[in-house]
Design a protein around this ligand. Structure first.
Ligand code: NAP
Length: 690
């Protein structure tokens, strides 16, 4: 069977026989893959002209709901992906990370829509005042790029590798062309077939090429984004492409890294942290047969505990059952192919120039339910290097399999220096119950790592582990790890959006961004904004309240009612050496009094409830006798989706009410108007009319 390429709206086969793809467990041929004869320039063009406009006219909320629908759809079909995944050598647990972990990324990005506006663009940061008179200001906004995301992926996670990336560019409003590593592309192809058949994505939002990437990088432009995940050597070659350099095409590089774990000098064999450390190493070496970019390659241990540690790791590895991943007893399957095994062995040979094997064998492995001659199996290998400051290999050579090297350190300075010898890693772990040890390690080694996990008995049970990149945290690392960053929640979408600093008058910026900007004109000739339904409210609707005099009696009463008898609110306080001249009103009282001024009537109105305060600042003291009033402006409207039944709402149970969140800009003023006494952004939940 020849794999399909989904391009320019059709499934197309490339010319010729194609590259044969083998089952990692028994070497049977699964499919062939080829992209020969494809016109890569037109594939890019199709994404830009068909997929991009379709996505960019959708709002973040629409795109988020689309991702959620896709995630639910793929979950329904997951079992057929598991069947194929076994052929890559992965166990059920390995495949879970790939398949359901990938789908989890879709869900996670779908949920991010709630942190974004129901608009086709997003605001980045707050309004920035640029003039004394308040007539000139700026606001950064983010617009989806007008090109495509080209994702060139590694072979080890054929599903997750695609989904973790497309979840982000699709939410941002940019289409993707996915090029999985060829040897496991049959699994990616099966998932893409399901995505295309579902018709959940607009046409052109996703294209797939299985096989050689041809001259695609010669045709990318500055509105496109290229992401690469794979070996540092391929990454460097691609990043140096003349067209990419000339056109300043954003290029995100995620390469291999020599990730490390450090055993704290406080940890002894009788402590729970000891077992946590051994288990983490065993897990990282054997899950996905060590073919993880984040796997632990270097193990740093206090020099007096080396032997105890390697014996414990060896014992733990000896209990790992290796073989046919479809057998339920098996905990470690095969490498992705025999060629990968040859590459791993070649790298181990390089490591052996300065290290020795203390557990495992290069030539034999005990298997259940599988034939060592047919499948790409290898034994886990623990190496030991006693001179890590003299030897360069353990810090430079990545064997992309179940291979790790244990090395001694004398003190914190050495542990940090050794961690840094990896020249930049995706992640590191430190196992300790000593807070100072953890802090010193992070302060010392942090700049060389994208992520650091501190493990001890407090978090081990619920920890997601050393090797798990998470959609809400950045994934990537400096230096050797590629210098790239992906995922990271909202940070991720910014890679696919252009940031524009828009300058103008606050009123103009309000009209452009649909978010009220301080000093912008308000519309006061309207009914009380709390009487308006969600759809009726306009950004800039404004209420100027009547005035209220704050009295000493008010302040005394509020002190008694709230129990807040802070000395500044007490009349008889001697105010020498304080910030105040006399009894000052509580800030919270001023805010409450402000609410008393802007909240309307006893009658029911479309405001369902007060949802909270985003920000609140008191900038001027209010003394007894002073008058205050409020300028309340409709700042932002956030539509909410209707939930059929909402059992979790801690109010009235039952059906949801159609509604949205409205943010109000509250300025509390006195006669002088400037500066304001207090500024707040308050939130209300407002009913929809329909
Ligand atoms: P690789 O050989 O570097 O290949 C990575 C991708 O680049 C594949 O899709 C490959 O396609 C493609 N490629 C190779 N040459 C190309 C060219 N001239 N033009 C365009 N594309 C080209 O890496 P791999 O063997 O698949 O993956 C293993 C490595 O990836 C390990 O070193 C591992 O550490 C690293 N990795 C890093 C991360 C991370 O997030 N940092 C994640 C996973 C893996 P073909 O398959 O068609 O050659």
């Amino acid at each position: 069977m020849k794999l399909g390429n989904y391009i320019t709206g059709n499934w197309m086969e490339g010319d010729g026989d194609g590259q044969p793809l083998y089952n990692a467990v028994n070497s049977e041929i699964i499919a062939t893959a080829t992209t020969k004869g494809l016109d890569f320039a037109s594939i890019l063009d199709y994404g830009r002209k068909k997929g991009n406009p379709a996505l960019r006219k959708m709002t973040f909320h629409e795109r988020g709901r689309m991702l959620k629908a896709l995630a639910l759809h793929l979950l329904k079909h997951k079992e057929k992906f598991y069947v194929l995944s076994y052929k890559t050598g992965a166990t059920r647990a390995d495949s879970w990370v790939d398949i359901e972990g990938g789908i989890g990324n879709l869900f996670s990005n779908a949920s991010l829509r709630r942190k974004l506006p129901d608009e086709i663009f997003a605001l980045d940061g707050d309004n920035i005042g640029l003039s004394k008179g308040g007539t000139f200001a700026a606001q950064h906004i983010l617009l989806p790029k007008e090109g495509v995301a080209v994702h060139i992926n590694a072979f080890n996670f054929p599903v997750w590798g695609m989904l973790e990336k497309i979840a982000v560019n699709l939410l941002a409003g940019v289409p993707a062309i996915v090029k999985p590593a060829t040897i496991t592309s049959y699994l990616t192809e099966a998932v893409v077939r399901e995505i295309i058949d579902s018709k959940i994505l607009p046409e052109g939002a996703l294209q797939l090429i299985c096989g050689n990437a041809g001259d695609i990088l010669d045709h990318v432009t500055s509105q496109d984004v290229v992401t690469f995940t794979g070996s540092a050597s391929t990454g460097l070659q691609l990043k140096a492409n003349q067209n990419i350099l000339q056109q300043n095409v954003p290029f995100n590089l995620e390469a291999d890294s020599l990730n490390c774990i450090v055993l704290g000098d406080d940890v002894t064999p009788s402590m729970p942290e000891w077992d946590i450390f051994i288990k983490e190493i065993q897990k990282e070496m054997t899950s996905k047969a060590g073919q993880k970019c984040t796997a632990i390659r270097r193990i740093f241990v206090p020099e007096n505990k080396m032997e105890d540690v390697w014996n414990a790791i060896g014992k733990s590895l000896s209990q790992t059952i290796i073989g046919n991943p479809q057998n339920e007893k098996v905990r470690m399957g095969a490498l992705a192919g025999k060629q990968q095994r040859e590459e791993v062995k070649g790298q181990i040979q390089k490591l052996l120039a300065s290290s020795q094997i203390i557990y495992g064998s290069m030539d034999s492995v005990e298997l259940i339910d599988a034939d060592a001659n047919k499948g790409a199996f290898i034994s886990p290998l623990l190496l030991m290097n006693e001179k890590p400051f003299i030897s360069e290999e353990p810090h430079n050579v990545e064997a992309f399999g179940p291979v790790s090297t244990i090395m001694p350190y004398k003190n914190m300075d050495e542990a940090i220096a050794l961690a840094k010898k990896g020249k930049g890693s995706l992640c590191s772990s430190v196992v300790t119950s000593n807070k100072q040890f953890a802090k010193n390690y992070i302060m010392g080694a942090g700049t060389f790592h994208g992520r650091i996990l501190v493990l001890n008995s407090e978090d081990a049970k619920e920890s997601t582990g050393h090797g798990s990149p998470l959609p809400m945290l950045i994934h990537g690392g400096p230096g050797r790890a590629g210098g790239g960053e992906e995922m990271g929640g909202l940070r991720g979408i910014k890679h696919y959006m252009q940031r524009v600093a828009v300058q103008g008058s606050p009123t103009m910026l309000t009209a452009i961004t649909n978010v009220y900007q301080p000093n912008g004109n308000g519309h006061t000739k309207t009914i009380h904004p709390f009487k308006k339904y969600f759809e009726e409210l306009e950004i800039g609707d404004q209420l100027i309240t009547k005035k209220r005099k704050i009295t000493a009696e008010d302040i005394d009463k509020f002190a008694d009612l709230s129990g807040d008898h802070f000395y500044a609110h007490i009349k008889k306080t001697d105010f020498t050496d304080t910030m105040f001249e006399q009894q000052v009103a509580h800030g919270y009282f001023i805010m409450s009094a402000a609410a008393g001024l802007f909240v309307d009537s006893f009658e029911k109105n479309p405001v369902l409830l007060n949802y909270g305060i985003d920000e609140l600042r008191f900038t001027k003291p209010v003394y007894a006798g002073q008058e205050i009033y409020v300028r309340l402006t409709c700042k932002e409207k956030i539509a909410q989706e209707l939930k059929e039944i909402n059992p979790d709402v801690p109010f009235k149970k039952g059906s949801d009410i159609p509604k949205g969140i409205v943010k109000w800009y509250v300025e509390i003023l006195d006669e002088s108007e400037e500066p304001v006494i207090g500024v707040a952004t308050i939130l209300t939940m407002v009913k929809r009319k329909n």
